[in-house]
Ligand binder design. Structure first.
Ligand SMILES: C[S@@+](CC[C@H](N)C(=O)[O-])C[C@H]1O[C@@H](n2cnc3c(N)ncnc32)[C@H](O)[C@@H]1O
Length: 276
């Protein structure tokens, strides 16, 4: 049976057409965006979703954009007990409470892409690391990594990061740090071979910190959101200006679309090498 068949007779044909077909699944939690005109049927829709997806125990309605420093979703539990779950991805396990900490299954391909680039012996810094999916994935993909540090502001996310490091058995490789990237990164006393900056709505404000802690010859992956008609313009301006201010010489080595964000808006990644 599919959702439409379960809901047939309970919703009008027109309403049935509007029931979202796509939703994110994190562990056993489904996150669906129920359109305004179907809100009065939200429980019915959630129950139908559980009925046709045996591995889903909780259904949440996402009713706003991510907000605040911690980039949290506004979600309401429609069916099920709670928003804490364990998600499995490429041989890693990530525990998270979706109401308390950021986690996105959509970033999985990007985690893999960067993970494949890491060479033996690298010291890697993931700024804005959430529950530490990226540092853990990197350490699993490149067991000869020296260390992967994850710096995160949200204490709840940090608590899950510590738990995730333990359950993935990467304690000797991954170092979760709770704090503001601006202050916490320079205090680590490490110069990094690679830095990722996955905070597309504000990473440019932390480029000065990235330049402070990157090694000569190191690589930085900088993320940003922009419109399709001027995709890389502003991001490149931020990167070039920050390099100039820091007195560093850089070479852009890649620029690419990572994920669609909205109509003709993309999350992008600018990759550059710090030559000196
Ligand atoms: C877009 S999320 C990315 C999380 C993680 N990289 C992932 O893929 O799951 C951004 C994260 O940065 C954290 N954050 C925001 N400002 C920060 C800051 N100044 N220092 C450290 N972390 C910060 C938020 O709490 C949030 O968890």
């Amino acid at each position: 049976m599919n959702m439409k068949e379960v809901l047939k007779g309970k919703l009008t044909d027109e309403e049935l057409e509007r029931v979202p077909r796509a939703f994110d699944v994190v562990g056993d939690v489904a996150i669906i965006e129920i359109p305004e005109e179907l809100k009065r049927h939200k429980k019915l829709i959630a129950e139908a979703l559980v009925k046709v997806n045996k591995h889903i125990n909780t259904v949440c309605d996402k009713y706003g954009e991510r907000s605040g420093d911690y980039r949290l979703n506004d979600i309401e539990v429609l069916v099920g007990k709670g928003t804490e779950t364990e998600h499995k991805e490429h041989g890693c396990r990530f525990r998270v409470d979706l109401k308390k900490a950021y986690f996105s299954v959509r970033e999985s391909t990007e985690r893999l892409r960067i993970g494949k680039m890491i060479k033996p012996g690298e010291d890697v810094l993931v700024m804005f690391s959430g529950v530490c999916p990226s540092p853990i994935a990197y350490a699993k993909m490149q067991p000869q990594i020296n260390k992967a540090y994850g710096v995160e502001l949200n204490p709840d996310a940090h608590r899950y990061a510590e738990e995730n490091v333990r359950i993935n058995r990467v304690q000797t490789k991954v170092v979760p740090v709770c704090g503001n990237v601006k202050e916490a990164c320079p205090k680590l006393g490490v110069k990094f071979d690679r830095i990722t900056m996955p905070l597309p709505k504000g990473a440019h404000e932390f480029l000065d910190t990235a330049f402070e802690v990157v090694k000569k010859g190191g690589t930085i992956h900088f993320y940003y959101y922009d419109r399709e008609d001027s995709l890389y313009e502003k991001a490149l301006e931020y990167v070039n200006d920050a390099a100039k201010k820091a007195g560093r010489k850089i070479k852009i080595t890649d620029k690419r679309k990572v994920l669609p964000y909205g109509p003709r808006i993309w999350k992008i990644c600018i990759e550059f090498k710090v030559l000196q």
